[in-house]
Ligand binder design. Sequence first.
Ligand SMILES: [Cu+2]
Length: 172
Amino acid sequence: MSTPLVRRNAIAAALAVASAAALSALFAPPASAHGFSLGPLRIDHPYATPTPPGAGTGAAYLRAIRNTGAQPDRLIGASTPVAREVEIHRSVIDANNVMRMRAIDGLTVPAQAEVRLRHGGEHHLMLIGLKAPLKDGDRFPLTLRFEKAGEREVMVWVQQPRDAAGAHEHKH
Ligand SMILES: [Cu+2]
């Protein structure tokens, strides 16, 4: 009994708070977000925007891929049952100031860093050959493939982004 009771209680309380915070970060994100782990990678909030009836393509996004590890990794592909294929796209402004999408063969996630694949941002996942429109509130599985960490299935939430009204239309 070298530690006074009061102090032990304070330590226990501090630990309880810390572990509750850690647990809530891992297992119970706020109702408006969700996340997945794959080795040192944290995949934060996969989402997709609703598509109009008859649209052949859609786009999926990840709020972030965070690499907590000491080595870089690379997103090299993805697949989903809701589309024929998935491409990793990069948006570039061409000489005529028009936004264009290019398929890229991978996206590096540097060590101790994060990359974002958000709507209106530089990168996204293009869903090609959509089998049905994506409707607000739908959820669908998406398998992400990384060079080092391997594969992880995540759930994509279809939702209308808050800033959709101001977002540019997604064209190819
Ligand atoms: Cu695209």
